[in-house]
Design a protein around this ligand. Structure first.
Ligand code: PLP
Length: 397
């Protein structure tokens, strides 16, 4: 009987709205890109997508997806281990391993599933998982599904990580350090070189979630292991095809071959959820072909990020240190972040203001995400709008 809970939900929803925490969606009527159209009829420049390489509507990926529909059909109607694997699924797994310099890869429907299914098959209550405090929700959930002991260290704080490693070493059979490669709210990179050294010193494995770093960080976009020159040394890498890598759908875990083999045997989101659709796989293969041809997109993305950040600092904005394509414009006040984002939208710049609980209390900000799809005039228009609105609201002089 839908009665009591209906009232309860209505009240909760009203409370969320009253607290100003209700998430409304703006609806896009064009393909995803730098220059998009909203259903309100407004054309805006998009600075809030994970479309880091501008591939979401790239003609080569659209064509590859269409071609694969013709050669491999629409759906798989099966999980992988029953009859859900095609030649192209194996080909994509191989390409991902080549890209990251790893031994083998397992595909998932999304990286949320890759992280959700990574821990429980490998670790049990004798073991310890040592996780960065700012790790993604899917890592947190994956750790919750596993019986291992949990340790949490302050974001990118190597002293705290070492303390937790010492503590875990007293009892744990196996230990694993888990971190995002790039932290999505600040844009900082995990100090993977130091994490790797500590892992050697304390005999721990290392797992990195490259969702915001793969395709983006490192000279050729191979991610944080390229940035720190430790390709092939990390035991487990997870990532998504839903951000820089085309923005479609699909997740993966890549790394040591015994680990991947065990995940194929025991990882629940892999065993009990449908195979990736062929069109997404075909586009994924073409995307990795593009990545191996040239790093022009990375060059453009890096130049765009540097240009935007240096100009924003020049006009007086408070920008968090970043080594990625994420730029946090600090405003501190929650309401200010919402007012500023609304005014920027009126100026044709689509960005989102984040505040508690997505970021810590008193640390509200606008997160700007740069893309290789942005041209210089797009970025200049954003800087002009930020400067105008920033002055109006007293954020800069
Ligand atoms: C986006 C993201 C995910 C989830 O990826 P999906 O493929 O969209 O499920 C996981 N981890 C991190 C760090 C992310 O940013």
């Amino acid at each position: 009987m839908y009665g009591k809970i209906k009232e309860h939900l209505q009240k909760e929803l009203a409370d969320i709205k009253e607290a100003g925490l209700f998430k409304d969606e703006r609806i896009i009527s064009s393909p995803q890109g730098a220059d998009i159209e909203l259903t309100t009829g407004d054309g805006v420049l998009n600075f809030c997508a994970n479309n880091y390489l501008g591939l979401s509507n790239h003609p080569r990926l659209v064509k590859a997806a269409k071609d694969t529909l013709d050669t491999h059909g629409f759906g798989m109607s099966s999980v992988r281990f029953i009859c859900g694997a095609q030649d192209i699924h194996k080909e994509l797994e191989k390409k991902i391993a080549e890209f990251f310099g790893t031994e083998d890869t397992i595909l998932y429907a999304a990286c949320f599933d890759a992280n959700g299914g990574a821990f429980e098959p490998l670790f049990s209550k004798e073991d310890a998982i040592i996780s960065d405090s700012l790790n993604h929700a899917s890592i947190i959930d994956g750790v919750r599904l596993c019986k291992a002991q949990r340790f949490r260290y302050e974001n990118a704080n190597m002293e705290d990580l070492e303390a937790k490693l010492k503590e875990a070493s007293e009892t744990a059979r196996f230990k694993i350090i888990v971190t995002d490669g790039v932290f999505s709210m600040d844009g900082n990179v995990a100090p993977l070189d130091k994490i790797n050294e500590l892992a050697k010193k304390y005999d721990a494995l290392v797992m990195v979630d490259e969702c915001h770093s793969a395709g983006v960080v490192g000279k050729t976009g191979r991610g944080v292991t390229e940035l720190f020159n430790i390709r092939g040394e990390v035991d487990i890498i997870t990532g998504t095809l839903g951000k820089a890598f085309g923005g479609g759908i699909g997740g993966f875990t890549t790394g040591r071959k015994e680990i991947i083999e065990m995940l194929r045997q025991r990882s629940r989101p892999y065993l009990f959820s449908n195979s990736l659709i062929p069109a997404a796989v075909g586009a994924g293969i073409e995307m990795f072909n593009m990545m191996s041809e040239t790093s022009e997109l990375q060059d453009k993305l890096h130049a765009n990020s540097e240009y935007f950040i240096s100009k924003m600092k020049e006009v007086g904005f408070d920008i968090l240190p970043t080594e990625s394509a994420i730029c946090a414009v600090m405003l501190y006040d929650a309401k200010l972040s919402q007012d500023m984002a609304a005014k920027l939208l009126d100026e044709g710049i689509y960005v989102i203001g984040f505040y508690y609980p997505v970021v810590p209390k008193g640390k509200a900000r606008i997160r700007v995400q740069l893309s290789a799809a942005h041209e210089k005039e797009h970025i200049d228009k954003a800087i002009t709008a930020f400067t105008k609105v920033g002055k109006e609201l007293g954020v800069i002089k």
